[in-house]
Design a protein around this ligand. Structure first.
Ligand code: MG
Length: 450
């Protein structure tokens, strides 16, 4: 059984099953009708279904009177930056993010270069279901323009960031292994690294959508990169997901250190340069909080989901933020998760640290996180979560997004999934053993409750 996932992160499904041309048309004309302004930026990752979906999407947007600017195969954050560059009314990234190659989807963006707010996304979905579309007459159909400069502009913007010392990096000549998993990263990451003076050792850099491995940049999927770093004696390795908003680090010993360290490293680097508020989501490592405390900077948590983090960052005027799954958001560049900027920051950190990548990671606060899901098929997740809230009323709980219990030596976050009959369970503690036993303990409690 396949499911069309419709959430604040956009629409996602399996091509030809839940994501058919008719479904793409439905959401595309709804978005065009809702935006009703030009131009709209359209970019896509490298998936084999990308051109087909792009043609349907563009045709639908044009039919609703919107001019489209097609920027080709680009990271999702590049679409966000191009909206600002072209002073566009909004845009769409065609991608299923970290999902396997049979998936694709649409991420909708507003004229401020951010994802649509949850309210606006809800209005687009409502419009799509209602079918209340406005098509334009023959003389008002939107034009299509092509622009192939987007990836280069993204690179140049990163090279121009105030704390990235390009000439010092060029002198240092880091040897960098990179795995683009045959996603859109191949269009930008190797070139960015070259511009930073690195010796680039790429794998899976062909943006052909034939993902060489499960594309989510989790340690268990990075076997090839770990081996490559070791064999090539690289200083560091980077893996990105197909739409290049998440980045994971492999240290010089070939160890996949876990995605949480990408944001932790970026927060430490940025606060050492510029003090200010930090915003991360509720499932992000406490390591970021420790660093913010060290620098005496305000630290806030938002609901999970890029737009939720971004909206809180805007409210707090944050200098840096993101999501622990490798998603760094640097407002100085733009308000979206951006793997290319995460890579530039990691390299600049390594340069200034004057030690190995392994030592650099060891210099960060150390925690262990365990993520799992509990099958609750046939049960109501809200009832389960509410029972848990009652049961743990004496503990330090946070109810912003599901239930988070925040104790001195650990935290645990329980959230229902909006698309699957599961409860997500994430725990963090000082050791892997502790985190595992906490997950086990709460899994047993939930099974008893349900
Ligand atoms: Mg992604």
């Amino acid at each position: 059984m396949s499911t069309l996932m419709v959430s604040i992160s956009g629409v996602r499904g399996i091509v030809a099953e839940s994501l058919t041309p008719a479904i793409i048309q439905k959401y595309a004309v709804a978005f065009g009708t809702f935006m009703n302004k030009s131009p709209l930026i359209v970019g896509r990752d490298s998936r084999t279904s990308g051109t087909s979906i792009s043609n349907i999407l563009k045709g639908c947007l044009q039919a609703t009177g919107c001019e489209v600017i097609d920027i080709g195969i680009v990271p999702t954050p590049t679409v966000q930056m191009e909206i600002l560059h072209h002073k566009a009314a909004g845009g769409v990234a065609i991608t299923a993010s970290h999902n396997p190659s049979e998936w694709n989807g649409l991420k909708f963006m507003d004229g401020n270069g951010r994802f649509l707010s949850p309210e606006k996304a809800g209005q687009v979905y409502e419009l799509a279901d209602r079918g209340d579309f406005k098509y334009r007459d023959w003389n008002q159909v939107g034009n299509e323009i092509r622009d192939s400069g987007a990836n280069n502009r993204h690179i140049e913007a990163i090279l121009g960031l105030q704390y990235i010392d390009v000439s010092a990096l060029k002198k240092r000549k880091f040897s960098v292994a990179v795995d683009c998993v045959n996603g859109a990263g191949g269009m930008i990451i190797p070139r960015l690294l070259e511009k930073l003076g690195c010796k680039v050792i790429p794998i899976n850099e062909e943006p052909d959508g034939q993902f060489a491995h499960t594309p989510e940049p989790l340690p268990e999927n990075l076997g090839q990169l770990k081996k490559l770093v070791k064999e090539s004696k690289a200083d560091i390795g980077f893996a990105v997901d197909p739409d290049v908003d998440r980045c994971a680090i492999v240290d010089n010993k070939g160890q996949a250190v876990g995605e949480e360290y990408t944001l932790t490293l970026a927060v430490k680097f940025y606060l050492s340069k510029k003090l200010g508020s930090v915003v991360v989501n509720m499932s992000t490592s406490r390591a970021c909080e420790d660093i913010a405390k060290y620098y005496n900077c305000p630290f806030l948590r938002s609901k999970v989901g890029e737009i939720n983090v971004v909206e809180e960052m805007v409210a707090q005027n944050a200098v840096i933020g993101g999501e622990g799954n490798g998603g760094v958001i640097l407002p100085e560049l733009h308000l979206g998760r951006d793997a290319p900027v995460a890579i530039a920051i990691a390299l600049q950190s390594l340069l200034e640290f004057e030690g190995s990548a392994e030592m650099l990671v060891q210099s960060l606060p150390r925690y262990h996180m365990v993520k799992d899901k509990i099958n609750i098929e046939g049960k109501n997740p809200d009832i389960i979560i509410n029972k848990l809230i009652d049961q743990f009323a004496d503990k330090k709980v946070d109810l912003l997004d599901g239930l988070k219990i925040d104790e001195e030596n650990y935290w645990i976050h329980l959230r229902k999934s909006n698309t699957e009959p599961i409860i997500r369970i994430i725990a963090e503690a000082k050791t892997a053993k502790e985190a595992q036993s906490i997950v086990r303990e709460y899994t047993t409690i939930i099974h008893k409750l349900s």
